[in-house]
Design a protein around this ligand. Structure first.
Ligand code: SAM
Length: 219
């Protein structure tokens, strides 16, 4: 595949998959989007001391690194599973500017997370452990329950199979009671599929450049 690193509006980098013409983050600000959608709406929704998080679309590890930093700040124990079908090459991760663009604690975590081996649980620091799984989400299943799902697949127009009802039913079953799923998309078809899968869906204010995002709760 053909990748290029591009700067987004908040000065942080994103990756463009040139073959598909798709960006990994919002061009209105990669770190801003990650903080808004996944940390503020998702991670900060919880006040418990242990959280199991599943990420669909591990990508650059940006969401994972920010989560590790916030987990440390809040003294929360996180076990994080990141699913990725197409891991980025070492060349691309070397070039991304997150080592200097992220706050130091997140940059340190980002480095360790990207150096962690695939398909093995790795302890990053005293509050964060990660298992990066190289797998296809659409066929992946587990008996492991999660509290929080970061649903960060490419957009529904680009990858409709990721946003299908059967996939949301699968994720609903993986969540603990009162667990939540957050995603940047607020498309009507996504909202409807989440509702049909059993979620209570709330539309929240979106990050810069997007009116809304979704918080889906397993009540
Ligand atoms: C929007 S990007 C995720 C950005 C990422 N969360 C980050 O923090 O950088 C979507 C990711 O989903 C991955 N992906 C695409 N199809 C997939 C599949 N079937 N299973 C798992 N991951 C997939 C892509 O390779 C890409 O890394």
């Amino acid at each position: 595949m053909n990748f290029e690193i591009q700067k987004t509006a908040d000065g942080s980098d994103t990756v463009l998959n040139k073959s598909l013409g798709i960006h990994y983050h919002s061009t209105n600000g990669a770190i801003t989007e990650a903080e808004h959608v996944f940390i503020s709406a998702g991670f900060n929704y919880f006040s418990q001391s242990d959280i199991a998080i599943l990420e669909v679309g591990f990508g650059t590890g940006l969401n994972a690194a920010l989560t590790a930093m916030h987990a440390k700040e809040k003294s929360v124990q996180v076990w994080y599973v990141g699913l990725e079908r197409y891991p980025l090459t070492a060349d691309i991760t070397r070039e991304i500017g997150y080592k200097t663009q992220l706050p130091p604690a997140a940059a340190t975590a980002w480095n360790a997370i990207n150096n962690a081996p695939w398909n093995t649980k790795t302890t990053i620091d005293s509050s964060f452990a990660i298992t990066k799984l190289e797998t296809d989400f659409t066929t992946w299943t587990t008996n492991q329950p999660f509290d929080l799902i970061y649903f960060d697949a490419f957009a529904p127009d680009n990858q409709p199979e990721m946003w299908a009802l059967e996939q949301f039913k699968k994720l609903f079953a993986m969540l603990n009671p009162n667990g939540v799923l957050v995603t940047y998309s607020a498309k009507g078809v996504v909202k409807q599929a989440l509702r049909n899968a059993g979620f209570t869906v709330k539309r929240l204010q979106g990050p810069p450049g997007k009116h809304h995002m979704l918080l889906a709760i397993k009540e």
